[in-house]
Ligand binder design. Structure first.
Ligand SMILES: *[C@@H]1O[C@H](CO)[C@@H](O)[C@H](O)[C@H]1NC(C)=O
Ligand SMILES: *[C@@H]1O[C@H](CO)[C@@H](O)[C@H](O)[C@H]1NC(C)=O
Length: 356
């Protein structure tokens, strides 16, 4: 990446941070929620203009439902990934970080599925000028209609039990042709790509060989290098059979270089703290850089997008430094966990401290 590329990346990234100032939330909420009828007489509007001027960025809105306006704040900022933690109770999927934060109104459907359907219906209008919907349908971003939004669903409850409910609750998106899917031969892109993490069971993700529209968040540290194909990784049964979180549920006995690929997975991710550790004092060792480079290379060979989570968020200058290194090394998604916290600091001065 050239220096101007980096500057562009950082300014986009920090543009996101700016977008999370409180009044920006409200602006986001009101413009997204306005009905079409409110806009009919206004010549400055067009049918798909909700996302005009928003430039999509590879950021992932971690624990998105904590934001004042879930989904819309992230889209307004241009984040192309959002994350929802789901809990199964009596056939319903409630969204929240812990069971104590759940309410009957905050569900996968009410916070994510229905709003996405609404936005996508708006982005794919049928008018006298445009009589049929394009195939594939346009995505949410007017400036880049081919850019999908990644909906990362973190299964918090038992993987096998939660799976059928997630499949069922995505139906409104599926029925309208809005989901990216695998048809047994190739990936057919759609405006929303659904990825399962947490207790998402790999065996159920791959059970149907001719149709899949929920992709796996592969364990980055377990991807096996093609060059070292003999080093197949056996997975201990207690890891396979228990719901131990991301990359554990429903695993095969042995992981080989062909276990994870684009037919079943989208992301390859790992906790940054566990896989790489913190740069100390304020720079990565050669060993840490090698880990990052190796993981990026292996994931890309498998056709998967690299995402690190559990990135250090403090001090801000350290976090900015890490974001910059990860972008340079080809990491595909920056986990934007703590954007709100970042708005409190004088981040601008600090990033430049690091650069020059
Ligand atoms: C796979 O999914 C498709 C679409 O839902 C369905 O028609 C088909 O019967 C499924 N195949 C199997 C083996 O379950
Ligand atoms: C993708 O993964 C599946 C196993 O999950 C494997 O059977 C298939 O051969 C792989 N495809 C490619 C193109 O590597």
């Amino acid at each position: 990446m050239t220096v101007s590329g980096i500057i562009q990346f950082i300014s986009l990234t920090f543009g996101i941070v700016l977008s999370f100032f409180p009044d920006e939330y409200d602006r986001a909420a009101s413009s997204w929620r306005k009905g079409d009828e409110d806009l009919a007489d206004d010549t400055s509007h067009w049918p798909t203009d909700r996302t005009r001027e928003i430039i999509p960025v590879n950021c992932h809105s971690h624990n998105d439902y904590w934001r004042r306006v879930p989904l819309f704040s992230a889209l307004q900022a241009g984040c192309i990934g959002v994350e929802a933690d789901v809990w199964l109770f009596d056939e319903e999927l409630y969204v929240g970080h812990t069971t104590s934060s759940l309410t009957s109104r905050r569900t996968l459907r009410s916070l994510y599925v229905d709003p996405l359907v609404k936005v996508l219906n708006r982005q794919n209008p049928v008018t006298p000028f445009h009589r049929t919907v394009d195939n594939p349908p346009h995505g949410v971003f007017d400036t880049d209609p081919e850019q999908p939004v990644v909906l990362l669903i973190d299964f918090k409850t038992d993987g096998a039990a939660t799976w059928p409910a997630v499949v069922k609750h995505l139906a409104p998106l599926r029925d309208r042709g809005y989901l990216t899917y695998f048809n047994g031969r190739e990936i057919i892109p759609g405006p929303v790509t659904v990825v399962g993490t947490g207790n998402t069971p790999f065996d159920l993700v791959t059970a149907n060989s001719t149709y899949r529209d929920i992709f796996f968040d592969a364990p980055l540290e377990k991807l096996v290098d093609d060059e070292k194909a003999d080093q197949a990784l056996s997975v201990p049964s207690d890891e396979r059979l228990n719901d131990l979180g991301q990359g554990h549920s429903g695993m095969p006995n042995i992981i080989t270089p062909t276990t994870f690929n684009v037919t079943n997975s989208f992301y390859a991710s790992v906790s940054f703290r566990k896989a790489v550790g913190y740069p100390w004092p304020f720079h990565f060792t050669q060993h840490q850089m090698n880990i990052i480079r190796n993981q990026v290379r292996v994931a890309h060979r498998h056709g998967l997008k690299v995402r690190y989570w559990a990135l250090p968020s403090w001090p801000v200058s350290l976090r900015n430094h890490i974001w910059r290194i990860l972008a340079l090394e080809g990491v595909d998604f920056i986990n934007a966990d703590d954007l709100a916290a970042a708005t409190k600091g004088d981040w601008k001065i600090r990033i430049f401290d690091w650069w020059f």
